[in-house]
Design a protein around this ligand. Structure first.
Ligand SMILES: [Zn+2]
Length: 1011
């Protein structure tokens, strides 16, 4: 022992004092996480205890300088020996005791103090004698690893700092850390505030650091950019933010939303300045553990690096899909939906509130708006505080009034965007086909304007104006797959008809019979197949429907096979040719009179037996007696058709009769001499309007089953054919005389509404059931159809002039939409309000008022209208201002103090939607914050835009920034003159990249996408 050390000890307190002080520190000091304790060699410590207990300064037990040499493996590395045991090899002293000992005795030269931290390990608190030892290296140089020790309680951030220092990383660089275990799997150390222990870092592992590239990418990520070539990467220095986003397959909705947000200056600056790094919230259960915010930051940094023409947001899309499975696939989605999700996801990922407290919302209870609003905003900030709240959140007042007790409930609720309704047009444009009675007239396609809430009768009235056919003589049907999907009653709502439905409106004849004596016959065309359909049980044939079905009204008394056959022939005359005399279709005229009489029916024969006998041939003419009365009367159901069970009445319900009562005009079509009487006999309300028919057609209505006149016969194209309709009550003998016995072109079959033959009906040969909508089919043999049915002609139709008129877009002002947003509405039944007074759910009236507005106001135009009955996209043009949108008139709070910002806004971005409900394409107009120039972003393409292009009926989501927050562009606007506008496209065209295009395949196409 040297004199020096004795000397230093001499300045120490007395030995008894030393003993007391150290012992009390050891006794009283508790382990507290994070505090330092020191490792001291036990033999030196025992020596010291003996020394102070003797109480003799000059005793030989003087311990000398603190010496931990025995604890080290060697005196070069000062590595602690493995498996040292506390109280055998060393003792632990708290920091205060250590510093006292050190000041009294000093330490052997060059030995490091063995400072160790108290760590809060699961279920135990202990001094960490052995810290973990890890290897540190850079991503760019993994060979050069540095070994460093860290406590389990150290933060990852401390490791990052140590690495930046060790590897001389320039300050301000953005870094990412990865940990690599021995099995060489790599995991991101995302939360730099996490401890080594929580990150599961352990001795022997490697921490790798990478720094962000200048183009916004990370060295470790697969390239997210379209690289033309190495040169592009190095040379391209475009305007930051003017950067396309590659379509990954139906992702234009995402690209559009991203471009809007990217061009929201406060948000983008927040990310570009790395403010987000410190605010990432890894623990928020409502968030995405910071992953959405980081993925978003990566996209923004690349877009604003100025080094890419276009960025591939694949990682971002995957993250979004991971957290919101509805966006996982490649279906088309709504850009506003994504925007809403994204704003919420970014908010929770960046929420500065780490532990959300529960706050009970108080009703206003008559307090002043100002007080309640301030309280609501304060409460909102206590749970929600982020860049998203700073930028996008406003407050509106919601007032609910109970319809029963008139309880008024006022709340103030934050909003992230305003969803404003569009004034819904009360009118609707429908496209329908009108089928005239004139058999030679092609169906005419009309475009009619009808009240959206109208009835089928309104459609007929509108069509009547164009066709001059009275609505009472129309019947409306939905045709699908050659059959009637539905035949509408006049009173039915038009909302049952969708725009995509094929609607046919058939003109009906004016008959002399009373409505209940008429039958509305649905006529289908079928072709027989050559094989027998054994599956159906009976001896029926396979048949398939073709062509256009028809609806025609006939007197009930004229439903004989013969009458119908002739009626149909005439009605189909435009495309069904009658055999000329040279064509041998005549049947041998045997004495089958008997048989004919036997099989005489009053209606359509079920033909069962006949077909069994003569399966292949066309059905034979079976003259049937026109007088249907006896058999029909035997059918109990026929006398009074039941409205309830009928799909349709014998004649359709023609709605409001007053509308059609045109009593003075009882004239019917010329040439139908017989009709004048019949019209007189009809109910005046159902009479036709004369002038209408007059100019319509010179042809007589084909299905008039009255006695044929000379004119009619003359006009009949086929002179040799039978008279169109034999009189119903004519004597059979007389009729027989005027007919040529011949084979028919087709047979007539009663069918069900699907156009399939129903078996087991038609007892006694009568198949037309008058108790329900009768459906009949005319069945063609394939060879007959080939010869006499002109398919080409049958499919023809013409377009009415109304189809040529371009559809007018409704134009509304944005201010009108905002007014609608604040209009009193009554809650819908699906979404009632629980009235605390009535103690039950009530359909309260609700009024929204704007209270305070954010810096960036997002206005969502509710173009997609979904109601119980209709789903439509409203394509009105909403005229929105590009500058000076003044909200002061809409704000409830009128007393703006002078220091409050004015409520005037300028447009900064627009998300556009083109197309219909189920398909479409999204693009964006946005203004670059740096140069003030407007651009049009269409997936990977970016072009210059001018202000006059921005307001269209595609505008879907609008972004406005409050004027006091708008910064002047720091760069001059680019030269967008006519010469340079083509320059733009070459700018962007060059982002076409063979390599990436091949990789993305068809997904990179930017045409209209469908689901
Ligand atoms: Zn109530």
């Amino acid at each position: 022992m040297t004199a020096n050390s004795r000397c230093s000890a001499a300045e120490s307190p007395g030995l008894e004092t030393q003993r007391r002080e150290i012992e009390s520190l050891l006794r009283e000091c508790e382990l507290r996480a994070g505090e330092s304790w020191y490792v001291v060699d036990r033999r030196w410590f025992d020596q010291w205890k003996e020394f102070v207990e003797t109480g003799d300064q000059n005793s030989t037990s003087f311990p000398g300088q603190i010496d931990n040499a025995e604890l080290f493996e060697d005196l070069d590395s000062y590595h602690l020996k493995d498996r040292l045991v506390e109280d055998e090899d060393f003792v632990l002293v708290p920091a205060e005791a250590w510093h006292k000992l050190l000041s009294w005795y000093g330490m052997v030269d060059d030995q490091p103090p063995l400072e160790r931290k108290v760590v809060d390990l699961p279920s135990t608190l202990k001094v960490e004698v052995y810290p973990i030892e890890i290897f540190l290296c850079l991503h760019s140089n993994m060979e050069n690893a540095v070994t460093t020790k860290f406590s389990r309680t150290d933060s990852i951030h401390l490791i990052q700092r140590a690495m930046c220092q060790a590897f001389s990383v320039p300050p301000g660089s953005e870094c990412r850390l990865w940990m690599k275990s021995s099995d060489s799997s790599c995991e991101r150390l995302r939360n730099v505030h996490m401890s080594v222990l929580d990150a599961c870092l352990s001795s022997g592992m490697t921490v790798i650091m990478e720094t962000r590239n200048a183009d916004g990418t990370w060295p470790s990520s697969r390239p997210q950019i379209m690289r033309n070539s190495v040169e592009e990467q190095d040379s391209y220095r475009g305007q930051p933010g003017v950067c396309g986003l590659t379509n990954l397959g139906n992702t234009c909705f995402m690209n559009s939303a991203l471009q809007c947000l990217s061009n929201t200056p406060p948000l983008t600056e927040y990310f570009l300045q790395n403010s987000y790094v410190d605010e990432l919230n890894f623990t928020n259960p409502l968030g995405m553990k910071g992953e959405i915010a980081e993925a978003y930051a990566d996209v923004i940094k690349q877009m604003w690096s100025g080094r890419h023409y276009s960025v591939v947001p694949r990682v971002f899309k995957t993250k979004v899909g991971h957290f919101a499975s509805q966006f996982l696939g490649y279906q088309q989605h709504d850009s506003q939906e994504l925007l809403s999700f994204l704003l919420d996801g970014l908010h929770e990922d960046l929420n500065r509130v780490k532990n959300k407290e529960y706050i009970e919302l108080r009703d206003a209870d008559g307090r002043q708006d100002q007080e309640v609003a301030e309280e609501a905003w304060r409460n909102h900030l206590r749970r929600n505080d982020s860049v998203i709240v700073d930028t996008f959140h406003g407050l509106f007042k919601s007032t609910l009034v109970c319809p029963e007790c008139h309880k008024v409930s006022v709340t103030f609720d934050p909003f992230c965007y305003l969803s404003v309704p569009l004034p819904v047009s009360k009118e609707r444009v429908m496209e329908v086909f009108f089928v005239s009675l004139d058999p030679y007239a092609k169906p005419v396609q009309h475009r009619v304007v009808v009240p959206k809430a109208g009835k089928v009768s309104d459609l007929c009235s509108a069509l009547s104006e164009m066709t001059s056919v009275p609505p009472t003589q129309m019947v409306v049907a939905d045709v699908f797959n050659h059959r009637f999907y539905k035949i509408y009653n006049m009173g039915e709502s038009l909302s049952a008809i969708l725009d995509r439905d094929d609607i046919f409106v058939y003109e009906l004849s004016v008959l002399e019979e009373q409505p209940e004596e008429q039958v509305l016959l649905a006529l289908y065309l079928r072709e027989r197949s050559h094989y027998r359909d054994y599956g159906s049980g009976g001896g029926s044939y396979g048949t398939s429907l073709f062509g256009h079905p028809l609806l025609l009204n006939v007197p009930r008394s004229s439903c004989s096979q013969e009458a119908l056959y002739n009626l149909f022939l005439q009605r189909l005359a435009r495309y069904v040719r009658l055999p000329d005399p040279s064509e041998e279709l005549e049947e041998e005229e045997e004495d089958d009179e008997e048989e004919l009489y036997k099989t005489q029916t009053n209606g359509i024969s079920d033909d069962d037996e006949q077909e069994e006998v003569e399966p292949a041939g066309p059905s034979q003419t079976d003259y049937s007696c026109g007088d249907a009365t006896p058999n029909r009367k035997s059918d109990g159901n026929t006398t009074e058709p039941q409205a309830e069970e009928n799909h349709i009445q014998p004649l359709p319900d023609h709605g409001d009769p007053g509308e059609n009562s045109n009593g003075s005009q009882s004239q019917t079509e010329p040439g139908c001499s017989g009709d004048t009487n019949s019209a007189d006999d009809m109910d005046p309300g159902e009479q036709s309007s004369g002038p209408a028919g007059a100019d319509r057609s010179s042809k007589p209505p084909a299905e008039q089953p009255h006695e044929p006149t000379e004119e009619e016969n003359e006009e009949d194209k086929q002179e040799e054919a039978c008279s169109p309709s034999p009189p119903a009550n004519e004597h059979p003998a007389k009729r027989r005389a005027c007919h040529v016995r011949r084979k028919r072109l087709f047979s007539i079959q009663a069918v069900n509404s699907n156009g399939t033959t129903e078996r087991g009906m038609g007892e006694g040969g009568s198949a037309v059931s008058f108790s329900s909508q009768p459906y009949v089919a005319i069945d063609w043999e394939p060879d007959m159809k080939k010869r006499f049915y002109n398919e080409n002609e049958a499919e023809k139709y013409v377009k009415h002039a109304s189809m040529e008129v371009p559809q007018q877009h409704m134009t509304v002002q944005l201010q009108q939409c905002i007014e609608l947003f604040t209009t009193v509405e009554t809650l819908e039944e699906e979404n009632p309000w629980y009235c605390p007074v009535c103690k039950k759910h009530q359909l309260a009236t609700k009024k929204l008022d704007l209270w305070s507005l954010p810096e960036v106001l997002i206005i969502h135009l509710k173009r997609f209208s979904y109601t119980k009955f209709t789903r439509e996209k409203l394509d009105s043009i909403v005229e929105f201002p590009l500058r000076d949108l003044d909200f002061s008139g809409f704000l409830l709070r009128k007393t703006l103090s002078s220091e409050e910002p004015p409520s005037r806004y300028d447009l900064i971005a627009v998300s556009n939607h083109y197309g219909g409900l189920r398909d479409g394409h999204y693009t964006t107009y946005a203004k670059n914050k740096d140069n003030g120039q407007w651009y049009y972003f269409d997936d990977s393409k970016v072009t210059y835009a001018t202000e006059d292009q921005i307001v269209t009926n595609a505008a879907y989501v609008l972004f406005y920034q409050r004027q006091d927050k708008i910064r002047k562009p720091t760069l001059p606007a680019p030269n967008t003159g006519p010469t340079s506008s083509s320059q733009t496209s070459s700018d962007t065209a060059s982002c076409k990249d063979d390599e990436d295009a091949a990789e993305l395949g068809a997904a990179s196409s930017i045409t209209m996408e469908t689901e």
